[in-house]
Design a protein around this ligand. Structure first.
Ligand code: AMP
Length: 211
């Protein structure tokens, strides 16, 4: 089963993907994670996109589609995949049709005010990528990772100005994909303001044809 997770940044797509992928044997492909790992490893692509990610803008459709197309050629996808953060524009969705077949698009519906609260309180362990929230999921010792003890960081694009820019980009460029996939009959909408576990359970039921 090949699924797209569609929704604003901070809607819980990554958290839900982590639960669902275990249970359904799917591979989680997050374009944001792919870009961040290129930046961390200082690859040519990483150098090209570093400033764009920090600002909260979008990497070009051409670079992004090429990266996803290459990733989908790898041999680990026999049970299918979850695309998280891709496509983010109509041209990306048009391009995706040329190299992959999608079975369902899950819309994470959440008010944008909730998203601002979630993102601005988000903190990350720099080496493991483990995510906390200062209010909803704090570490045992404030400011430090529970396992490695490292100081937690705030992603550059989780700072207030970048958050506003990311939401603006989402509304203008990504939200039109909701109508796009509705028209194709692929869209399933879930309330993402409830717990991630609940959204994950709904997706698992959907995959079994129970809803
Ligand atoms: P995310 O972790 O999904 O919030 O993505 C972090 C950043 O990576 C975004 O703000 C963009 O700069 C870049 N990015 C991720 N996915 C895409 C995409 N499909 N198209 C363009 N840029 C993307």
């Amino acid at each position: 089963m090949n699924i797209i997770f569609l929704g604003p940044p901070g809607a819980g797509k990554g958290t839900v993907a982590a639960i669902v992928k275990e249970q359904l044997g799917l591979v989680h492909i997050s374009t944001g994670d792919l870009f961040r790992s290129n930046i961390k490893n200082e690859t040519a692509l990483g150098k090209q996109v570093k400033a764009i990610l920090a600002s909260g803008g979008l990497v070009s459709d051409e670079i992004t589609c090429k990266m996803v197309e290459e990733r989908l050629k790898e041999k680990d996808l026999e049970h299918g995949f979850i695309l998280d953060g891709f496509p983010r524009t109509i041209p990306q969705a048009d391009e995706l049709k040329k190299f992959a077949k999608i079975d369902a698009v899950i819309e994470f519906a959440i008010p944008l005010e909730d998203v601002v609260r979630r993102l601005s309180g988000r903190r990350m362990c720099p080496s493991t990528g483990r995510i906390y929230h200062i209010e909803f999921d704090p570490p045992k010792k404030e400011g430090f990772d529970d396992e490695t003890g490292e100081p937690l960081i705030q992603r550059d694009d989780d700072k207030e100005e970048a958050i506003r820019h990311r939401l603006d980009v989402y509304t203008k460029q990504t939200e039109p994909l909701i109508a796009y996939y509705k028209k194709e009959g692929l869209l399933k909408t879930f309330d993402a303001s409830v717990s991630s576990k609940h959204v994950a359970q709904c997706i698992i039921k959907l995959s079994k044809g129970e809803i």
